[in-house]
Write a protein that binds this ligand. Structure first.
Ligand SMILES: [Zn+2]
Length: 389
């Protein structure tokens, strides 16, 4: 697609005020995408699933568990220790996606993935191109003055949680002292402050329009779908997956793998994820993980590196992503070969991330096109090398 066609795809999605996870607008966006897949010559399908509606309550419950444990630790330090261990487990579950997180205890609503297929007769490999189409709420963690501290806030909250767990263990063996008391009081206040931030996000946060996050990635995916529809791959079974509910904790991607994992052998399936490719400079990620780092596919990272060595992609550089999560985390954590593309500014921030300014005026169509072209180059090269091997 040229930049005008890419702009039209982004405009079609951004004509909706937002595509908030599990909302009616998200469902309307799914209808638009199913129609587009059909027009591009793909077999289109909408798959519905149930999801919790926000990550704010997940974190509020997580922090709340530690605060509760802190209050009961004076009377029952061992029980406090057990609650804290359970909460650490849920934190681990949330950020590795290997177990169900606290979201399972929250009310659920309906959401959907949109799938477009370009099947191959005797495929050498399956490729799933993913781009989420739902949009996030704003919130204080994303305010321009706060957003660059996103990663350090996450780390300090984890340190606080681990520290409190150790304090409860020490108290179980009758340990005490000023330092322990002081740490526990400060840590508990810090987590109460975290709960307040989460409640504020639910009360005052507004769904963003999501031109960069992630209409840009969806447009790049549609551009790829068109390219492979016109000029089919030799041996790739292609599935284009527009995910719902990425913004609440990758629920759409989890649902997809629950439903389709058995059709996709990890040694012959590649996931190429495109997220936020509309502002800044394009990067290919070498892996991701907020709590545990999952390296991406050596094959795909190597291919991306070789393509980035030639025109017009010399400014595309590798990047290890730890700020938040991508839909690619779910397959990467399950042993699949994955890769994510993202554009970041020169301070490695996502421009206008989850903020009111994530609108179409702030998207550079050339960057989106570069993302689409880079992704296509990777898949064409993969197709060619698999055919030769
Ligand atoms: Zn996002």
């Amino acid at each position: 697609m040229n930049v005008d066609a890419i702009r039209r795809e982004i405009e079609a999605l951004c004509a909706l005020p937002h595509r908030g996870s599990t909302t009616e607008e998200e469902s309307q966006a799914a209808d638009i995408l199913a129609e587009r897949f059909g027009e591009l010559g793909l077999e289109a399908d909408v798959e519905r699933f149930q999801s919790h509606t926000t990550w704010s309550w997940v974190y509020a419950m997580l922090f709340g568990g530690f605060v509760l444990a802190s209050f009961i630790s004076a009377g029952s330090p061992f029980l406090a220790f057990l609650i804290a261990l359970l909460m650490l487990f849920f934190n681990w579950a949330e950020h590795t996606t290997l177990f169900e997180g606290l979201g399972q205890f929250l009310p659920r609503r309906s959401s959907q993935n949109v799938i477009g297929r370009l099947p191959a007769q005797n495929p050498r490999a399956h490729v799933v191109v993913t781009a989420h189409y739902d949009t996030s709420r704003t919130g204080l963690p994303y305010a321009p003055a706060m957003v660059r501290h996103f990663r350090s806030s996450f780390i300090s909250s984890v340190v606080t949680q681990v520290g409190l767990t150790l304090v409860f263990l020490i108290r179980t063996f009758d340990g005490d002292g000023f330092l322990i008391d002081a740490f526990q009081v400060l840590a508990t206040i810090y987590l109460l402050y975290g709960i307040a931030i989460m409640v504020d996000r639910e009360l005052r946060g507004e769904y963003v329009n999501g031109a960069n996050d992630n209409a840009s990635g969806v447009a790049a995916m549609l551009s790829l779908a068109e390219a492979f529809s016109k000029k089919p791959a030799k041996g790739l079974d292609l599935c284009f997956l527009a995910n719902g509910c990425e913004e609440v904790g990758m629920t759409g991607q989890r649902h997809f793998l629950l439903n389709h994992g058995h059709e996709l052998p990890p040694d012959r399936t590649y996931f190429l994820n495109i997220d936020n490719v509309g502002a800044g400079r394009l990067r290919y990620c070498t892996g991701e993980g907020m709590l545990r780092f999952f390296p991406y596919s050596p094959t795909l990272v190597h291919l991306a590196g070789r393509i980035a060595g030639g025109a017009p992609f010399q400014d595309v550089t590798p990047y290890a992503y730890t700020r938040a999560y991508f839909d690619a985390l779910v397959p990467a954590a399950r042993g699949y070969q994955a890769l994510s593309l993202i554009a970041l500014d020169e301070e490695d921030q996502i421009p206008n991330w989850h903020w009111h300014t994530d609108t179409i005026e702030n998207v550079d169509m050339e960057t989106v096109k570069k993302g689409a072209d880079f992704a296509e180059a990777i898949l064409r090269r993969l197709d060619k090398e698999l055919a030769a091997s």
